[in-house]
Design a binder for this molecule. Structure first.
Ligand code: SF4
Ligand SMILES: [Zn+2]
Length: 258
């Protein structure tokens, strides 16, 4: 397997991956979206809430706030506390606010090393006389249990191969203009392939060209992969997804032996 980073920006990466099957890429996508443990608020204890929102709605909003953590928590099921909840398997936030005001994710009082990724996510609007006081317990979980634990998103397509047969081109400008991702630039007589890796395999150029003038193909064992992380650094997501696939493969291998 050969990986090459095409573009990396903040929490997003676009890369080419060579020498793998479609089944591997699909497992990678599933690992990113369903199997990497991340922190999310899973339980709240409300002491005071006379706002317009029910406790359950506030819990739901808190659950969907992405959290970043410098602390390595354990899954509750694997913790020595046997799921009771302790400082090794949960982070406890507190929130107290009195209206009139809008309460944001940045108003949560955070435990050491854990904080919301975005400070400006609205939680509840309080009017004059409204008062909210609660504790929120964040725990590790995975996306297949609930979307609030989805670590990020991943998608892929086959690596594109774009070939131009100059002798059959009679509408070069139209071909250059119709490409939505600007794969071509205008050459002397025919379009030149400038950004092959940007081709989305949409076939618009093939539809306007003479038959056989442009050939678009997806390469079977090479892919362009996009990964976006919501909480942990995107490099960690890629590493952990590969480790998870290794674990899945050895499980399948031992199952076959049995
Ligand atoms: S298939 Fe679509 S994206 Fe690819 S070169 Fe043709 S028009 Fe551009
Ligand atoms: Zn514990």
């Amino acid at each position: 397997m050969k990986i090459n980073i095409i573009e990396k920006k903040d929490n997003k990466v676009r890369m080419s991956v060579e020498g793998v099957s479609t089944a591997f890429m699909n497992s990678f996508r599933r690992a990113v979206m369903t199997a990497i443990p991340v922190l999310a608020v899973d339980y709240i204890k409300v002491t005071e809430n006379n706002s317009a929102l029910f406790d359950e709605l506030i819990a739901q909003r808190l659950g969907h706030i992405p959290l970043s953590s410098d602390v390595a928590f354990k899954m509750r099921s694997e913790c020595d506390c046997k799921g009771e909840g302790c400082s090794n398997c949960q982070a406890v936030f507190t929130l107290e606010a009195k209206g009139p005001c809008m309460v944001y994710s940045g108003d949560l009082r955070c435990p050491e090393g854990v904080k919301p990724v975005h400070q400006n996510m609205p939680i509840v609007k309080l009017l004059e006389g409204h008062h909210v006081k609660l504790e929120a317990f964040a725990r590790l979980g995975v996306g297949k249990e609930h979307s609030k634990w989805q670590s990020g998103i991943a998608s892929y397509q086959n690596y594109p191969s774009v070939k131009v047969n100059k002798r059959k081109i009679d509408n070069a400008e139209e071909i250059v203009d119709i490409c939505p991702t600007k794969v071509f630039e205008m050459g002397k007589e025919a379009p030149l392939v400038k950004n092959e890796e940007k081709c989305t395999l949409c076939n618009h150029c093939v539809e306007v060209a003479e038959p056989g003038a442009i050939t678009i193909k997806g390469i079977d064992d090479s892919f362009i992969v996009m990964v976006e992380s919501y909480t942990i650094p995107v490099e960690q997501i890629v590493d952990r997804a590969c480790e998870i696939i290794k674990g899945w493969s050895s499980e399948v291998a031992s199952f076959e032996k049995d």
